[in-house]
Write a protein that binds this ligand. Structure first.
Ligand code: 5AD
Ligand code: SF4
Length: 420
């Protein structure tokens, strides 16, 4: 049987896209390989969101291209960088056989069919399913935040019809999946035939066997009280809201084209905590946007201190060709950006540690995702929020939801004991 090796960079949408490509390949007889050197096909699924992500992908692709010389191996590049660079990638890196841009994911079945016609006699071969999986419900983004390449490489927003989502969920549950994270670049702007995102979530929560529901990424401008009420209506919903704030200064937020002020964002946090007092709220934060002053950066720091995110992804601004921000002058120096980033990370890390510490002694409901290989009788899981939990205990299986008590925090992981 032919084999395929996947290397996936970037966000959870890319993980879901790699999985979709794998399912199509498995219908053509392919099996997963964990060794790129001996596989018949290598697929590199790329990210474009920051320059560093592209650099990493390019160097990995070059490595694969050099290794395959003289061998009968196919090298495909997919995803956002494939969309941005298109056919140029084949000239840039000799050895790339096929480029499939992110926008082609909408019709990926046809794309794969055109290079590998389907063999009726080979049914899909699936390996063991994970406990937790992803289902995209909308793709693309219409927001055009000034710094962001996503609307250009992923295209306009498109929501998946409910019937297809439900079929996808049920198929995953039948393979043992317990928890699904519903994905979209701007997931809470989902709208299909009059079904908005809160409606979608309520329908999904009625599906038997779906035990935990997560979703990402929410945009503050579409984070309504109706959405939060839906989330607090059933304990199938994780008590975790990822709500990227990006910056704390109103002038910078306006330049970024985010569509809210710092006061409005703080109001949203209050609204979320009113309905879900124990919610883990997490965020994405960008420092060094063109013209951001030191005082404005300090406003980001004070927002971070006030809101107390459980965790946050923090980035230094990286100009992306073709975006509005890329044509703005007055770039902050690379050194200054790194200094601001380090200061922000230090503040946020302190908050994360103290939030984890505050959880010690609490009763948690964790979904066991698998073993912790390095220790004996140790299992990994996640609580209803976003916290990682390590459980030392026997007679446990992946997929179980257990009541445990947090007994210690090692900073970014809670250690827990089973409550019998
Ligand atoms: N530079 C740095 N970070 C970026 N992000 C998006 N575009 C850029 C950029 N040009 C960050 C944002 C977004 C996250 C996915 O990546 O914080 O929320
Ligand atoms: Fe990019 Fe803004 Fe769309 Fe998020 S909402 S994908 S940051 S343009």
């Amino acid at each position: 049987m032919p084999s395929v090796y996947f290397q996936t960079f970037g966000c959870q949408m890319n993980v879901a896209d790699s999985d979709t490509i794998y399912q199509l390949l498995s219908q053509r007889g392919f099996v997963i390989s964990d060794c790129p050197d001996s596989s018949d096909l290598v697929v590199v699924n790329t990210c474009s969101v920051r320059e560093a992500a592209e650099k990493r992908a390019k160097s990995r692709i070059t490595e694969f291209a050099n290794k395959k010389k003289g061998r009968n191996q196919q090298l495909w590049v997919t995803g956002c960088m494939a969309e941005r660079l298109g056919g140029r990638l084949k000239e840039l890196i000799k050895g790339v056989d096929l480029v499939i841009g992110a926008k082609q994911m909408e019709r990926i079945g046809e794309v794969i069919d055109s290079v590998l016609p389907q063999n009726e006699s080979s049914p899909a071969v699936f390996g063991k399913s994970p406990v937790t999986d992803f289902v995209p419900v909308m793709r693309g983004c219409d927001n055009y935040c000034a710094y962001c390449i996503v609307p250009y490489v992923r295209g306009r927003e498109q929501s998946v019809p409910y019937e297809l989502i439900e079929a996808d969920v049920k198929e995953k549950i039948s393979r043992g999946v317990k928890e699904i994270t519903f994905l979209g670049q701007n997931v809470n702007s989902y709208n299909n035939e009059g079904i908005d995102f809160p409606d979608l979530l309520l329908r999904l929560s009625a599906i038997d066997g779906l035990e935990r529901i997560r979703f990402t990424t929410s945009h503050p401008k579409d984070c309504t009280e109706k959405l939060i009420e839906a989330v607090s209506s059933s304990n199938k919903f994780a008590s975790h809201i990822h709500l990227p704030v990006q910056a704390g200064s109103d002038r910078v937020l306006t330049l970024m084209n985010r569509g809210y002020t710092s006061a409005r964002y703080r109001g949203l946090i209050e609204m979320i905590r009113k309905h879900i007092p124990k919610a883990d709220i997490t965020s994405d934060i960008l420092v060094g946007f063109p013209t951001e002053s030191d005082k404005e950066f300090k406003e980001t720091l004070s927002l971070v201190r006030d809101v107390r995110f459980t965790t946050a992804f923090m980035f230094a601004y990286s100009p992306r060709e073709g975006t509005t921000a890329a044509s703005m002058t007055e770039e902050i120096s690379g050194e200054q950006k790194q200094e601001r980033l380090a200061e922000l990370i230090a503040v946020q890390t302190g908050i994360t540690r103290s939030i984890y510490k505050e959880s010690v002694g609490e009763e948690l409901e964790i979904l066991i995702s698998g073993r912790q290989e390095k220790r004996t009788a140790a299992w990994m899981g996640q609580d209803r929020g976003c916290k990682r939990v390590l459980l030392s205990c026997t007679s446990v299986e992946a997929g179980m939801i257990l009541k445990v008590r947090a007994v210690e925090s090692s900073g970014m992981t809670l250690l827990a004991e089973r409550i019998l």
